[in-house]
Design a binder for this molecule. Sequence first.
Ligand code: CP
Length: 320
Amino acid sequence: MKNLQLSKEGKLKHFLSIEGLSIELLTEILDTAESFAGLPNQQVKKVPLLRGKTIVNLFFENSTRTRTTFELAATRLSADVLSMNIATSATSKGESLLDTIRNLEAMHVDMFVVRHAISGAGHFIAQNTAPHISVINAGDGQHAHPTQAMLDMFTIRQHKQDFTQLKVAIIGDILHSRVARSQIQAFNILGVKEVRVIAPKTLLPSHVESLGVTVFNDIEKGLVDTDVVIMLRLQKERMSAALLPSEREYFKCFGLTEQRLKLANPDAIVMHPGPINRGVEIESNIADGAQSVILQQVSNGIAVRMAIMSLTMQSHGEQI
Ligand code: CP
């Protein structure tokens, strides 16, 4: 099946999902991000790669990290960036997503960065937008959060030499997590040795093993010998039924504590896409501790999103 996000030449035109991308493409994103990572240490934190381009951030769901780092990434590429306030936009008067897109297209936009509660919203926009426009998925429903997965891969690569030697554990609300889905796809493409998911049965999708993971319902067994420990937030806003007795009970059974972290390898890194709920999925001293790379993930979001934005624009065949 044709991958909507690739041009005829196999270049990244949109960035909607990790699924179907090659190891070469993921590596190109990571290498390009590497070239931007030193920019904050320069006196002028900008490059002219997207000068004259207009990027619109369309966030129909709340965000702190993704929205801000996309905005900073666009600014550092010298693009003109507009972050729409959906709450005060005509969406509140019943304007459809497609009509909003058509109107913004009429303002000569070059890229949409979209977060939406509905899975597939980014694909829908990419299918219905003008050919010169790139669409980047900043999180769609429970489906995908591909830029988060790439900044996580970038952060892991800064600490670990070889993806193929890694044992990775993803812990928590796998069922509702678009981040976990995108991470699992990226880990499998990059050839990670073992991807474990650790969660209560109620927070696992059915047939989760078919994603290429090993399932554990006991955190203490699942953490043994791991190199990367990824904690996830309980997404209560997406839970339609009571899937857990209580947050206290959840922390008792699945929370990351100092004692439990000792079961992982001594040089294991602790990650979390944020926002974190201290005392619910992770102990505060672990979140702020020496093994935590949570704030590095946030910083890396800028370089990785710069890479993805510049690569998708390049696919339009322009000299940038
Ligand atoms: N990781 C992440 O998507 O965080 P935000 O919801 O703050 O963007």
